[in-house]
Design a protein around this ligand. Sequence first.
Ligand code: CAA
Ligand code: NAD
Length: 307
Amino acid sequence: MAFFTHRFLRSMSSTNSLAIKHITVIGGGLMGAGIAQVAAATGHSVILVDQAEDILKKSLKKIGDSVGRISKKKFIDKPEAGAEFVQQTLQKISTSTDPASAVRNTDLVVEAIVENVNVKQELFKKLDQCAPEKTIFASNTSSLSIGEMASATTRLDRFGGLHFFNPVPLMKLVEVIQTPETSQQTFEALMNFTKALGKKPVACKDTPGFIVNRLLVPYIMEAIRLYERGHGSKEDIDVAMKLGAGYPMGPFELLDYVGLDTSKFIIDGWHKMDPDNPLFAPSALLNKLVDEGKLGKKTGEGFYKYS
Ligand code: CAA
Ligand code: NAD
């Protein structure tokens, strides 16, 4: 009995030591702002980090708008409770331009910066020197190797992937990625954190694109190639996939929504890794739009124009 009690208490304390309450999100763009929002809305305290104050101001504005939309639906007949929910969520978020100090007392770092392995490694290497032992590191990468990022740190066992989907406040799925070095405790803590956010986790191996993007990215690239060959207008391809396959958005709408720069980073990385794979071939049109700064909805123009 005493042995049981001792073991029980020990397991409770180890679970508690991994319970994630305070998170630091690095990158306040499309994804980081959404991740910070859902974490704050579910009672976690959040520090959101980006490179400049003006970017963070925009992130907070975006979060405020999005929480407002959610609260209108959630508290349809209770506007006062809705206003309180918005206020409580926003109060849980603070911002910083200094990643080193932001991670000093955090349970989990979720990185959502540019899709470039060197930049991500450099960031994680720096954070590894400032974050406490207990802190788990996770990347929201769409396409890069979690193990490669972890190799820049000394905490291979406390490093995993948390891949959210855009728009984060609405999309229910999170892919939880375990490398061969990620400990079971870390993996479970990440699974539990995902559930605490109200999301549905799926377990993934550390393979390019995990589950969703390994299927989705070749599909959207095929759509661009079909359009480049002149075999359909982008409008017709979008209508066809929405009405014929039941997708909520057509591939060109989705490309603009995800960001053409992010899509290009993904496909360029995979092409470099496997140059003979026709599914990973680059697209001249995608490259041209990115060169012109037409990155999709976030810049006002991509395949389509947005007012
Ligand atoms: N925050 C809060 N609420 C939002 C919101 C946001 N960011 N975006 C939309 N909403 C709300 C709207 O207010 C609206 O609410 P009402 O019903 O009360 O009006 C509701 O959601 C529906 O929105 P819309 O009418 O504007 O549009 P919709 O019905 O088409 O739904 C969508 C929007 C959920 C984005 C849907 O189009 C969709 O599921 N699209 C596909 C998204 C997708 O595939 N995402 C994955 C991309 S890939 C990825 O993320 C991985 C990667 O690594 C690249
Ligand atoms: P984004 O361009 O909207 O935002 C990236 C943010 O990171 C920017 O605000 C930028 O200023 C900031 N940043 C860049 N380098 C930084 C650094 N060193 N320190 C702090 N901040 C830095 O990009 P996004 O679409 O949010 O994508 C972010 C990550 O999430 C990428 O790895 C991407 O592949 C992944 N992702 C994107 C989507 C999507 O649909 N866009 C979906 C899932 C995952």
